[in-house]
Ligand binder design. Structure first.
Ligand code: HEC
Ligand code: HEC
Ligand code: HEC
Ligand code: HEC
Length: 217
């Protein structure tokens, strides 16, 4: 009787040990989440080499948790007339930059894949993160925030083995993805607050040259 009890204890410990090891191995495999997605989801930062967006070195790899204050987008534009676009990340992420000027935007309004699947608004289906991105989540998590360009490629510049994302049957290349994101909000803001149109740097969808520097100039 005593021996039988001992045997059960040993068996129990064995099972605990094995499930524990299995759990560790699974947690270590961070790519699992990505490949679970049903839609084409390029690996995070696959296009990193092509991305020349950051003005500061990318410090966002674990320990050092700072976000560059501003970015110069479109440095690698293939169209000579539509080059650099200034983007002040601090303003957009931390000031009241909603279209009506009344609230601070959620990070996920732009970083749309950085939220759980259950929080996505149709037609979006692609999720890379189990909790919605906030500044606190960013600071406490070791998971990187993927750059838009790691998924939204330039036409003709889709890396081997990756697919261009689509939405509503339309290719979401860098031009479409950024234009929809930036311009939808700016056009709404200009409608709600016409005085914004005279603000230096602020552009509606039609003010191409206010947003883009000309590469040939
Ligand atoms: C709110 C700012 C904004 C406005 C207004 C705007 N764009 Fe853009 N545009 C962008 C951003 C941001 C990108 C993507 C840059 C990147 O990929 O890093 C882009 C990308 C592009 C590209 C693709 C460049 C490439 O080869 O990668 C073209 C072409 C372009 N825009 C043309 C236009 C035209 C034409 C207009 C006016 C009808 C316009 N843009 C208005 C911000 C703007
Ligand atoms: C991990 C890959 C990935 C990243 C990172 C990513 N996107 Fe997307 N994006 C997609 C996919 C895939 C779709 C198509 C809808 C879906 O599958 O959820 C999409 C759709 C969109 C759309 C179309 C409208 C909509 O919501 O469906 C816009 C606009 C957009 N993305 C902008 C951005 C911007 C701006 C960023 C960076 C701040 C970004 N995306 C980062 C993969 C990504
Ligand atoms: C108005 C849209 C917008 C909002 C809101 C926003 N971001 Fe961003 N974020 C961007 C864009 C655009 C970039 C730079 C280009 C890219 O990622 O491809 C960026 C870049 C970043 C990067 C650097 C990524 C890298 O590897 O270089 C981090 C980290 C980040 N954002 C975190 C956040 C957090 C945290 C919040 C909320 C507190 C937030 N963002 C709110 C649009 C936004
Ligand atoms: C959800 C709303 C929203 C989105 C998305 C958004 N913006 Fe803005 N942006 C604003 C508002 C509102 C202002 C004007 C704020 C003010 O002056 O009170 C503004 C102002 C600007 C300005 C003027 C300088 C500044 O920082 O005030 C630039 C340049 C700009 N945005 C670029 C961009 C680009 C590029 C993108 C896309 C990557 C983008 N914005 C996405 C709301 C948005």
């Amino acid at each position: 009787m005593k021996n039988l009890a001992k045997l059960f204890v040993l068996l129990g410990l064995g099972v605990l040990l094995i499930t524990g090891l299995w759990g560790c191995a699974r947690n270590g495999d961070t790519s699992a989440k990505l490949s679970d997605s049903p839609t084409p989801t390029p690996a995070a930062n696959a296009n990193a080499a092509a991305n020349t967006n950051t003005t500061a070195a990318n410090t966002n790899t674990g320990g050092d948790k700072t976000i560059p204050k501003d970015f110069t987008l479109g440095k690698d534009s293939l169209d000579p007339d539509y080059h650099e676009v200034a983007f002040n990340h601090d303003n957009h992420a931390f000031q009241k930059y909603s279209a009506d000027g009344q609230s601070v935007m959620a990070c996920t309004e732009c970083h749309h894949t950085d939220q759980p699947k259950s929080a996505l608004k149709p037609p979006d289906v692609t999720s890379e993160r189990d909790v919605a991105l906030t500044l606190d989540v960013f600071k406490s998590s070791s998971q990187k925030v993927s750059e838009c360009r790691s998924c939204h490629f330039q036409d003709g510049n889709v890396p081997e083995g990756k697919t261009m994302p689509t939405s509503g049957g339309k290719d979401m290349n860098n031009q479409n993805a950024f234009h929809i994101n930036c311009n939808t909000c700016h056009d709404n803001a200009a409608k709600l607050r016409p005085e914004l149109k005279s603000k230096p740097g602020f552009a509606t969808s039609k003010d191409c040259a206010k947003c883009h520097k000309s590469g040939s100039a």
